[in-house]
Design a protein. Structure first.
Length: 198
């Protein structure tokens, strides 16, 4: 199957995590992220591909449900912690890794839309990277680009009544080859947090 031009592979892997087969794919991937309905912490996510392969786990801290999310691999090793940046003028997040693979999401928001930049040191080549994130939450869509080139497309789906009444969302994210899947999952959560605070 040919790769659509919009999601052509990146020759140099893009992301703050070091390239590995668990978090980077040579093929386009569609992630499905579901908030765990009625979980004890109220804010846990499971990140899987649409074919059912688990990528990572995301756990909200019960003490601060909307402030901190811990990302782990499937063996429960910490990848990074995503936190609200409390002193920022615009809603911002910081991803802090125990291994120094950090990133920051800086946002500007208006009614129905959001624009953010994601900055990090690329693990594959050490380059300074800035991704642009633009979302229209009335249409439940967002796009992530690098210098105008598509990196990922996010769509939210209200698939069933349980999700609507349980106030849980399902996210479908199509990601270009050789892009850090955990970073894209974190961006989905950032967009959701921003939308829920409006």
């Amino acid at each position: 199957m040919a790769v659509p031009p919009a999601l052509a592979p990146f020759q140099v892997p893009i992301g703050p995590q070091p390239p590995n087969v668990a978090f980077y794919s040579p093929e386009p991937q569609t992630l499905q992220m579901k908030e765990k309905a009625f979980s004890l912490s109220g804010d846990d996510f499971s990140v899987t591909t649409v074919s059912g392969i688990q990528v990572c786990k995301v756990k909200g801290k019960a003490v601060s449900l909307h402030d901190t999310k811990k990302f782990t691999d499937m063996m429960n090793n910490e990848l990074f912690t995503l936190k609200n940046k409390t002193l920022a003028i615009h809603k911002s997040f910081v991803g802090t890794s125990p291994h120094g693979h950090d990133f920051e999401v800086k946002g500007k928001f208006s009614i129905g839309t959001s624009k953010s930049q994601v900055v990090f040191k690329n693990a594959a080549d050490g380059a300074a990277i800035e991704l642009d994130v633009k979302g229209d939450w009335f249409d439940r869509k967002a796009s992530i680009t690098l210098g105008g080139r598509p990196v990922a497309e996010i769509q939210r789906s209200f698939a069933n009544v349980r999700q609507i009444f349980g106030d849980k969302q399902t996210y479908f994210v199509t990601v270009a080859p050789n892009v850090d899947l955990t970073l894209i999952a974190a961006l989905c959560i950032c967009l959701d947090e921003k939308e829920n605070e409006k």
